[in-house]
Ligand binder design. Structure first.
Ligand SMILES: [Zn+2]
Length: 214
């Protein structure tokens, strides 16, 4: 088991343009590699000059239902983790840790699980990838939630590592097209698929090699 899952360091460079793109492409490419349908990538530049980026998933009326199934929750959590893993990869940081910013991780696993359960779902913290992963872990991993995350990290890291050359190349191609302050740039699903095709990315079947139950 990894004893250093939560990184107490605050990584400011997470906000650099190229790193933000790597983060988002980590989400997109992992989801695509799992054979799931991707959406678009939207980037706005705020007045503080930082890029606010998000990827959207196509509308899925069954999403809530799917997230209650262990296997889909695993894939979804790995997709979420692949963002930070890609960002860390871009920065040359260790990729077996997740940022603990705002989380009471020092209080121990039981207190952390309790704090997660009591957090206002509309808070900024609740919108963070890592927070969502913790929620899935507690719901699906129960008392073994820590090991559940470590396993998700390991699988997400494998996908990011396998596709790192493509993530890096696409991020470098998109970076000059990022918007100016106050503007927005959207890459559609088809544009993203075309970029991935140039890099030879093919979807893989998660189910065929999954070591998971459910
Ligand atoms: Zn993210």
């Amino acid at each position: 088991m990894n004893d250093f899952l939560f990184d107490p360091e605050n990584i400011d460079d997470f906000n650099a343009d190229y790193v933000v793109l790597c983060h988002e492409l980590g989400h997109v490419i992992t989801w695509f590699c799992y054979g799931e349908e991707i959406g678009c990538l939207k980037c706005c530049r705020c007045t503080d000059n930082l890029i606010e980026a998000r990827v959207t998933l196509p509308p899925n009326a069954k999403l809530d239902e799917l997230l209650h199934t262990p296997k889909y929750a695993m894939k979804f959590a790995e997709r979420l983790l692949a963002g930070e893993i890609s960002a860390r990869h871009a920065l040359g940081k260790r990729t077996d840790q997740i940022c603990s910013k705002g989380l009471p991780v020092g209080d121990g696993p039981d207190q952390l699980a309790k704090a997660i359960a009591q957090t206002n779902p509309n808070s900024n913290l609740a919108k963070e990838d890592v927070f969502k992963v913790l929620q899935f872990a507690i719901n699906h991993g129960q008392s073994g939630w820590y090991a559940w995350i470590v396993e998700r990290m390991s699988r997400a890291r494998d996908v990011v590592n396998q596709n790192w050359a493509a993530i890096d190349q696409i991020a470098r191609r998109l970076e000059p097209r990022l918007p100016a302050i106050g503007k927005t740039q959207v890459w559609t699903k088809d544009e993203l698929l075309a970029e991935m095709k140039k890099c030879g990315i093919h979807s893989c079947n998660y189910g065929s090699n999954a070591s998971t139950q459910g």
